[in-house]
Design a protein around this ligand. Structure first.
Ligand SMILES: Nc1ncnc2c1ncn2[C@@H]1O[C@H](COP(=O)(O)OP(=O)(O)OP(=O)(O)O)[C@@H](O)[C@H]1O
Length: 307
């Protein structure tokens, strides 16, 4: 099956400065793909090249099987795009603005705009210039979604939205995927990626530093461990845990009643730790599953350390 998006060695430089370099992406049809990265990582640059708003300085790029540079407006109509910096015509109300945009997007099913407006809780009769940042963002989402495009490209989609609307957005994105649409979203709000994306690529300083499904990204990251053991001494526990690979930040202290408390961090599999603890009586044990945020922050840290 043709991928919805495929890039090979994609690059964009401005003079001697590379905004992105060596980007290989494959986004399968009917999936949700998340692009995460800190400010300036290159997320917007990648998305804008997909839309042919800017042109690559190197590499190859295909969107819905076509080269954006050649496919023009016909390809654009198959895509719903929410730009990171949304510019809307201020002089009209929301409904007039959206109806005008249908000239670019192509046909919109009757009732679709009203349904989306209701779900995102936006009043379309209000002049655009009176709308708050969040309400403008909602209009941006409606225009991206209203023509049920094959591909949604959403740059920081929940920026400015309150938590209830964010939740509705997540539902809308999942519905889109279930209906066979493909979604590419960029964000540094990791929770929305964590709750939606099938696959994630982490971008830092213009290159992909890691990729995978959300579950596997968690696996490679750090868990926080807390335990209370019945043990002869803190020193005995320290020695036993000294042989556990990828264990860090170990803090062991004696507590009343022949108890020993410990905290540490652990990267990867927990089995060696559990085996080391098994020689004591374990009174309490908590292994906090790391969230994506922690994994990604850690990855950013590793990347920074390398540069
Ligand atoms: N027109 C331009 N001229 C020069 N440099 C640019 C231009 N546009 C982007 N850049 C640079 O390219 C890099 C990537 O920028 P980009 O906007 O793609 O990052 P981003 O990941 O979307 O960041 P943010 O989360 O802050 O929106 C940055 O270093 C930025 O300064």
């Amino acid at each position: 099956m043709t991928a919805a998006i495929e890039t090979v060695a994609l690059e964009k430089h401005y003079g001697r400065h590379f905004a992105v370099r060596g980007i290989d992406l494959r986004v399968e049809q009917g999936s949700i793909f998340g692009l995460i990265g800190p400010n300036g990582a290159g997320k917007t640059t990648v998305l804008r090249m997909l839309l042919d708003i800017i042109r690559p300085t190197g590499g190859e790029l295909r969107v819905l099987g076509r080269a954006p540079r050649e496919a023009g407006a016909a390809l654009r109509r198959r895509i719903g795009y929410l730009p990171g910096e949304l510019k809307l015509d201020d002089r009209v109300n929301g409904r007039a603005l959206l109806e005008r945009l249908t000239a670019l997007s192509g046909p919109v099913a009757p009732g679709s705009i009203d349904l989306l407006a209701e779900r995102l809780d936006i009043d379309l009769s209000r002049p655009v210039h009176t709308l708050s940042k969040g309400n403008r963002q909602k209009l941006g989402l409606v225009q991206a979604l209203m023509h049920r495009p094959e591909l949604l490209v959403l740059d920081e989609p929940t920026s400015g939205l309150d938590p209830l609307v964010q939740r509705e957005f997540i539902t809308l994105v999942r519905e889109a995927r279930n209906a066979g649409q493909t979604v590419l979203l960029s964000s540094h709000v990791l929770s929305e990626i964590q709750h939606t994306a099938d696959e994630v690529a982490v971008l830092a300083t213009g290159t992909i530093v890691t990729r995978g499904d959300v579950a596997s990204l968690r696996l490679t990251s750090v868990s926080r461990v807390r335990a209370v053991l019945s043990a002869g001494s803190a020193a005995e526990v320290r020695i036993a845990l000294g042989r556990v690979p990828r264990l860090d930040e170990l803090d062991v202290s004696a507590a009343p009643g022949n108890l020993v408390r410990l905290t540490c961090t652990l990267r990867g599999t927990v089995d060696p730790l559990v085996q080391a603890l098994a020689r004591f009586t374990v009174r309490d044990l908590t292994i906090e599953e790391p969230d994506l945020e922690e994994s990604v922050l850690e990855l950013y840290g590793r990347t920074t350390a390398l540069t």
